[in-house]
Design a protein. Sequence first.
Length: 94
Amino acid sequence: MSAKKSTIKRVMFGGRSRVECHYCRRVLTFNETTLDHVLPKSMGGTFAISNLVLACLECNQRRADTPYEKFANGKTVWQRIEAELDEADRRLTP
């Protein structure tokens, strides 16, 4: 892995010991995560953090160049992140 990719992953990991795959929700360690491009590199996607999500290798490979919305059951990346934040808020609210 290049130094640039490793740095981006570290920033996205945010000091946590584990994260969930953006797609299947499997709990992952730092070494198990991959960077998945919301807009694939083959379609002009960049390494901007706004174009990246953390995913397990299996989901990243299965998605390949499939458009994000098709792979994520019709949701945009922002709708999916918003739903995740709402769910986390519900779990934390007494």
